[in-house]
Design a protein around this ligand. Structure first.
Ligand code: SF4
Length: 495
């Protein structure tokens, strides 16, 4: 890309700028911001995108890659050489026009002109991808390439491994053509923003749509009692409140319409402490006897690995299970899939074994139910046992959601927020290194599918982190159940 006094655009910068110019500005001028740090989850997304891209290229025999580093100034010349040589498709075809750099996943030669193809790991050609293909089309045409058709090539949501038709190519030409007249002005506006100081942008829906902005913690008010935390309210409505000067829940007009959970949230905020509904006692009554506590961790791959699975299908490969014994103590069992094997039969067998004696089994969210139902499809011989397990499930999150609120929940019923609010001496961030299920999933994928790239020490480290994280999840449920039973007056200790 030619150097100029102020930064140029790329397609990723342009796409960011279409969402929010401040986001674009920060991406360019604060490249090393902690918010942009490559974490295991992002790294996994990139790895999967690369794998999807490589498989997509196999669909174009004779295609040739512009095999130069991303910032190599010879890329465009190399692209033109390949086109002149008659290559049927050029991968990562690169052009620069209007100070904008664009690398096209697949530039496919047709009888007349070219088809521009953008490869996505998603299972649909969502409209959020249109600015991305529109800027590429603009740059290619301005560089003299006759683009006749524009496609998004994405994963087929109905694909079942190892069947045919992993990809679908969706024609988006008409939608892109409709956007093109506005592209030159958008480029000029974005270049102008980049040439000046950090722009001021009011927060709003663009902070979440089409992508969650990584700078929310920088731009949004850090206020657990603020209107942005109102549980279950449309974000458009929350931003509307802010714009009308209503910053805190306590400032809401007395007659402001709220649902049951929101009213409880407001009451807790006004009171400055815990609110417990009288129904908690009845809701906690089933949480008695020999209680099990179950949590799964899963992997979902863009390109499915195991027979009968689909793109992005989340498949349980790890569980932790605590079980309360007659003397009040707890036993613990766990499973973590070994590398490079299909663990579905083994995990289901082990799960049935360890949960057999429980009266009820506690989960937090219905995710475990979904996983158990999926196991029935994968391991039909265990359907009776898995049916029995499913019948024992209790969703503790529903109990909290409908009966308890503490201001420190900050509008969230995630166990990561509920736990420290109700049991201050417990918290994920002080106890485990993995912070959420997405990070766990990315680390599981490293362990299961890329073990050969890790040293023995790295494998052991990841295993230890995953086992500790999942175990903490079920232990958190144990302690939360004890706490809720106590709050309900079902056990001796007082609130
Ligand atoms: S949080 Fe919102 S305002 Fe701030 S940079 Fe992101 S999108 Fe822009």
């Amino acid at each position: 890309m030619a150097e100029t006094a102020s930064p140029n655009l790329s397609k990723s910068r342009f796409v960011a700028g279409m969402q929010c110019v401040k986001l674009m500005w920060l991406r360019v001028h604060e490249k090393d911001a902690p918010e942009l740090k490559l974490d295991p989850r992002l790294q996994d997304i990139i790895t999967q995108g690369d794998e999807v891209g490589a498989l997509a290229r196999e669909q174009f025999p004779g295609g040739v890659m512009v095999d130069l580093p991303h910032d190599d100034p010879r890329r465009e010349a190399r692209t033109r050489e390949l086109l002149a040589s008659g290559a049927p498709a050029v991968f990562e075809a690169t052009f620069v026009a209007d100070r904008t750099f664009a690398a096209i996943d697949v530039l496919l030669r047709e009888a007349s002109g070219f088809t521009l193809i953008e490869v996505k790991s998603a299972t649909s050609a969502h409209d959020k991808y249109l600015p991305d293909v529109a800027i590429q089309t603009h740059v290619a045409r301005r560089s003299g390439i006759p683009i006749r058709r524009v496609e998004i090539m994405h994963l087929n949501g109905d694909y079942v491994h190892p069947g045919p038709n992993l990809f679908v190519r969706t024609d988006v030409t008409a939608k892109v053509e409709a956007l093109l007249p506005d592209i030159p002005a958008a480029i000029a506006a974005q270049l102008d923003v980049l040439a000046h100081e950090e722009p001021e942008v009011t927060i709003g829906e663009h902070c979440r749509v089409p992508h969650e902005c990584p700078f929310q913690s920088r731009c949004w008010p850090d206020d657990p009692l603020g209107v942005l935390t109102i549980h279950g309210m449309l974000y458009a409505k929350r931003f509307d409140l802010l714009q009308h000067g209503i910053r805190r829940i306590a400032d809401l007009p007395a007659n402001f319409k709220l649902n049951e959970v929101q009213r409880r949230q407001r009451k807790a905020v006004e009171r400055g402490g815990l609110v417990i509904e009288p129904g908690l006692r009845a809701a906690m009554a089933p949480y008695a006897g020999r209680l099990g506590f179950l949590d799964f961790e899963t992997v979902g791959r863009a390109i499915p690995r195991w027979n009968g699975t689909q793109p992005w299908q989340q498949i349980g490969v790890q569980f932790s299970y605590h079980e309360r014994q007659a003397d009040g103590s707890y036993t613990h069992a766990e499973y973590l899939a070994p590398s490079d094997c299909d663990p579905r039969e083994e995990i289901a067998t082990r799960l049935v074994e360890v949960t057999r004696n429980a009266d009820r089994v506690v989960m937090y969210t219905p995710f475990e139910r979904t996983q158990i139902r999926m196991m029935k499809q994968f391991v039909p011989r265990l359907v009776p046992e898995l049916d029995a397990l499913e019948a024992k499930l209790l969703d503790l999150k529903q109990v909290v959601h409908h009966h308890v609120y503490h201001p420190a929940f900050a509008g969230s019923f995630s166990i990561k927020d509920v736990l420290p609010a109700l049991i201050p001496e417990m918290s994920y961030k002080d106890s485990v290194t993995i912070l959420d299920g997405q990070e766990a999933s990315a680390k599981l994928a490293r362990l299961l599918f890329y073990a050969g790239e890790l040293t023995e020490a790295e494998r052991e480290q990841i295993k230890a982190e995953l086992l500790a994280y999942c175990k903490y999840d079920t232990w958190a449920m144990v302690k939360l159940t004890e706490r809720l039973s106590s709050l309900a007056g079902l056990t001796a200790s007082a609130r």
